[in-house]
Design a protein around this ligand. Structure first.
Ligand SMILES: [Zn+2]
Length: 445
């Protein structure tokens, strides 16, 4: 395994602005006198020693100056790329060209890029490596730094790292068995089992109740590691999707919601965002929902108005989206008819007051729908709400591919009918300025 690991904020706690002149290699700010007092994060040195003993190749990749990076990496006895200019891949690619055995690891997919900022994730995605977003420190106002990408927690998550990790012990387990720690739907498509999720939001209310948003697979845009599954997102929306495919999706959801720690929270209802009458394929969501295995009672609590037309995706502005949701998506608890002790018919509407509810949706883009649903359920008295989206749309990343015909950058596109990927020098009829050249990307599993 090849580990490309960031230095500042990942191995050593040098995110505070006082370290900046050292990191920038300014005259009079030599790091040598401080080598023995560097603030390594807990477990960092042990991690490096352990990975070396397991035969991994380690390269520190840092935007800091070589006057600072070199003495530290000499001390750690690891290779290094300084002034890396992340997420620009130029310097990394030059390094790999000089190390064919390392390049082989990247090409084989046996490579991790590890770091604390979105720059590390962007860099990793561009070379198709697995990415570990590692945040071993507390983000405070004082350390936020746009240039270095420090403190951009939500942005980092939106770039869709393969793993989101808090300790070096956890990182060790992941590198030893990457498939076992994928997000749960990604794992089922990789013939593995996992119950991890992308943890996007957690909101605690005054009464102690909470709402949170989780996603079970990444729907990447542009370059990414092979475990992200935008291809599967498109297959889900294709009327030709197979029963086998739906079962695999449902299995990933079941694995997530049946994990002991989540079951222990005590859920009363499992519901889903129903299909609009205009959705294709019809029952796109219902078929999946029905196959999820859970002991939590399944009920239909959410309803799109019959007259809904268009989709949320066509509403660009935040306020338009809110209005669209407000007009068309509501909580509609089912009504039951029973016979009372006097033989009279009684209508009772299911109450969700004080109940803990899991909601399933297909895709998370802006989270507008998620927060709308959470708010509506809370208004009807729901207690805890867990909003689970199957796919998280990530921010897009360039892939560095250049069209061999016209020299313009090519984009990764996905054929909607079967999820097949290809590079496209997008021509004007598809709103690009390229020549129309297309290059197939071989199928991955
Ligand atoms: Zn072209």
């Amino acid at each position: 395994m090849l580990l490309l690991i960031d230095l500042d904020g990942t191995l050593i706690n040098t995110v505070h602005p006082t370290w900046r002149p050292y990191k920038d290699g300014q005259d009079g700010f030599l790091i040598e006198p401080y080598l023995n007092q560097l603030p390594f994060f807990l477990g960092a040195k042990k991690f490096l020693t352990s990975r070396k003993s397991k035969g991994d190749k380690i390269v520190v990749i840092s935007d800091s100056h070589f006057r600072y990076v070199n003495p530290i990496c000499d001390m750690l006895d690891v290779e290094r790329i300084s002034l890396a200019d992340k997420p620009n891949t130029k310097k990394l690619k030059e390094f790999l060209d000089g190390h064919p055995d390392y390049k082989q690891e990247v090409d084989n997919g046996d490579c991790f890029v590890i770091g604390d900022t979105r720059l590390d994730i962007e860099l990793g995605r561009q070379i198709g490596a697995m990415t570990i977003w590692f945040l071993p420190y507390q983000i405070t106002e004082e350390i936020k730094d746009e240039r270095d990408g420090i403190g951009e927690e939500m942005l980092s998550k939106k770039y869709g790292p393969t793993y989101d990790v808090k300790t070096f012990n956890e990182m060790e387990r992941i590198i030893d068995a990457p498939l076992s720690y994928l997000y749960s739907i990604e794992a089922t498509f990789a013939d593995s089992v996992s119950y991890r999720a992308v943890k996007l939001n957690f909101n605690r209310y005054k009464d102690g109740s909470y709402a949170c948003i989780r996603c079970l697979a990444r729907q990447e845009q542009g370059a990414c590691d092979k475990y992200a599954r935008a291809d599967k997102y498109y297959i889900m929306s294709n009327p030709q999707r197979t029963q086998e495919f739906i079962r695999t999706l449902a299995e990933g959801i079941s694995n997530y919601i049946n994990q002991p720690a989540l079951v222990a929270e005590g859920w009363d209802y499992f519901t889903y965002l129903t299909d609009k009458s205009s959705t294709t394929p019809p029952n796109k969501m219902m078929d999946i929902f029905d196959l999820v295995e859970t002991s939590v009672p399944k009920v239909q609590l959410l309803k799109w108005a019959d007259n809904v037309h268009g989709s949320l995706r066509e509403q660009n502005l935040y306020n338009d989206r809110q209005t669209f949701l407000q007009n068309y998506l509501s909580v509609d608890c089912p009504t039951e008819t029973s016979i009372d002790m006097f033989g009279q018919e009684q209508q009772t509407t299911l109450s969700i007051s004080g109940k803990n509810i899991i909601v399933l949706d297909d895709q998370l883009t802006t989270a507008a729908t998620a927060w709308h649903v959470i708010r509506k359920l809370k208004e009807k008295g729901a207690r805890n709400v867990l909003f689970v989206a199957m796919f998280q749309m990530t921010l897009s990343v360039n892939n560095g591919m250049i069209c061999p015909i016209c020299g313009k950058p090519m984009l990764i596109k996905i054929r909607r009918t079967d999820g097949h990927r290809f590079y496209s020098c997008t021509p004007p009829e598809y709103r690009g300025d390229g020549c129309g050249f297309i290059q197939d990307i071989p199928e991955q599993n």
